[in-house]
Design a protein around this ligand. Sequence first.
Ligand code: GLN
Length: 562
Amino acid sequence: MKTKYIFVSGGVLSSVGKGLASAAMAALLESRGLKVTLMKMDPYLNVDPGTMNPFQHGEVFVTEDGAETDLDLGHYERFTNINLQKENSVSAGQVYETVIAKERRGEYLGGTVQVIPHITDEIKERIKKVAKAKDVCIVEIGGTVGDIESLPFLEAIRQLRFDMGEENVIFIHLTLVPYLGMSGELKTKPTQHSVQKLREIGIQPDFLLCRTDRILPPDIRSKIALFCNIKAENVITAKDVSNIYEVPLVFYEQGLDEKICQRLRLKAKSKGLAKWAKISETLALPKNGTVEIGIVGKYVDLTESYKSVSEALGHGAIANQVKVNLKYIDSEKLESTNVESELSGLSGILVPGGFGNRGVEGKIKAIEYARIHKIPYFGICIGLQLAIIEFARHVCGLNKATSREFSNTGEFVIDLMEDQRRVERLGGSMRLGAYQCKLTPKTLAYETYGSLEIWERHRHRYELNNHYRKILTDHGLILSGLNPELNLIEMVEVKDHPWFLTCQFHPEFKSKPFAPHPLFIGFVKASLKNKMQIKKTDRKITPKTSTLSSGKLSKNRSTEYR
Ligand code: GLN
């Protein structure tokens, strides 16, 4: 069977939900037994988002093979069975880097190197390579139609339809149809303009996904159809949903997958969406009530920075039939005077990944609070490193314990390994991607995973300094996971605590709604148990709003992403 291509663009505004829409379509096609892959094309000139501040870009999602990618790839993996790789995430920076390197090698034989055809050809080659041996390749074009930056990508996909033929390529455009409360109307003009922009550059969309807060009535669909030159039945409502796992259901109910298959002459039959419906039901009516989980970090003003963590907690919630209420706590504002009022009443506390020394003392306070008050604690990456520092300071008596990332002096219980000391380039040079970890029997880690060997994804430079292993374990710290090849500690836990588990890797990247990650299941379960045991107090948990602080990226490794 010939590979079919679905190109997804977006108009009117950014953040309308192209990534989720693409992931949902992939899920629908996968449920028909098709072999699907997904790609994200980002128009920025960074080679990858790894060097970007989370406030600029949200979370950096890490693939199994160690690519630092856009957070939409997280949606793609969570909604499907696909294991994405480096090549599934393409930025304009990567494309230009390749073309310029070829030019320097003299591979263009004296020609003038231009956006068309050299940049566009490179984009087309990358798409065709990923699509090989797949039934359907869904390609999401980042940015908003009308941006200068996305033009080479749009030109490349225009050419691909020309090259491959209409029956093999479709264009889907996602727009916003706002409802104006003042006049009580749904407004179609932004959609009309956005489609006009696309048609100016030679792309006529086959389907429109209209993001709205209500189902579009037939007259509005007909109006959009007429002005945008699209069949009315292909104007689909992308209605707001209460949880993202309803998106495939919303599309399914409107027959989007059937229409796509007919248009692309794909013969695959639908097997229904029963498992998605079940998940949505569980999320809507959780049997076991709610748990309150505090996420203590410094990027809390942009919760997209913790996308995979919050999603994975949601998966843990599904597994435990509870609703997780997240409270984001700004670690920079956490002090001895307010730690009690901020954290008491939480069922569980989580410190997610982070970089630089801003806010670390607040996180250490939260960890100390969780350790002493026996509140379930889950530490991820810097959440492990700070748990070790906290333990070293307050249990082992190493008052000056710190990480080389935060300070030039002190006891570096967290330090740079030899190979990281020689690193000069910031981009793509951390310990990245999947590494093996052996678990110690009879530990919480082993019991939670139920396995002696695991593989998890990493994104960090610093490690537990092996010189401190003895003093830490002598005082009761349990080293429960080890990378045997590099002799590095990967998991650490605290004795005589109901649930205190930390890991150097990022388990959130591998959690899916249909395969919740064991650590997130375990953490939510422990939090639920803790909640049952807590005596009811009158203290309320009120979500906190704090001012946005944007960080500048420094070249100094120790101040990355501050
Ligand atoms: N900043 C720490 C390091 O580089 C932790 C990174 C993280 O939490 N992802 O090792």
